[in-house]
Write a protein that binds this ligand. Sequence first.
Ligand SMILES: [Ca+2]
Ligand SMILES: [Ca+2]
Length: 231
Amino acid sequence: MKNRYFALLVILTIFAFSALVGRSFRVGKVPNGSVNACANCHVDPQGGGARNDFGQAVESRVTPNGQENFWGADLAAIDSDGDGFTNGEELQDAGGAWTSGTIGDPSLVTNPGDINSHPAPTGIEGLTELPSDFILSQNYPNPFNPSTKISYFLPEPSHVKLEVYNSIGQLIRVLADANLAAGSHVAFWDANDQFGYKVSSGIYIYRISAGDFSAGSGNEFVESKTMVLMK
Ligand SMILES: [Ca+2]
Ligand SMILES: [Ca+2]
């Protein structure tokens, strides 16, 4: 009987340890991740509890086969916690160029998941340039119900059209049709069509068009991604 308890204890210990290692491992996958440790991604200042908005953005990029190289220009360009500074600015890697080693000044790092932690305006001077391209991110959550968030980045002020289509190409909803400032933007889709009716489960396509469409500008941006509404 004792042996069984011992075996159970060993299994539980291994499970808890691997879960801890699995999570803290991600800390090493964002630039200067050790400064805020697990609190980068979780609501509790000690690093526990539910995922904050940055943690959710990270989670949506973790690939199923266990590769977790989620850091890059698109995650760096988004302001996950809505404090007016992009994740890249907060982590001292504005362009999302970091792959390993150190970048930026760790003493200036703030928490990309905490709206109350943000850089002093002088803290982002001299950083790598912001991305020079338009970016359309994968929606989060996905699959979703009842609503989802779509983030995108504009390298310059631009007219933006963000539309949702169903799988047979019918326009369902216009999420944005406006002149917007450079920087990161967020749109939400509540799975309602343009008449306010809930749409059914299935695959939907969101499409952004932005930039300069005048002839020969070479600066127009059109991109589509799919998302799944699952009720
Ligand atoms: Ca931020
Ligand atoms: Ca912050």
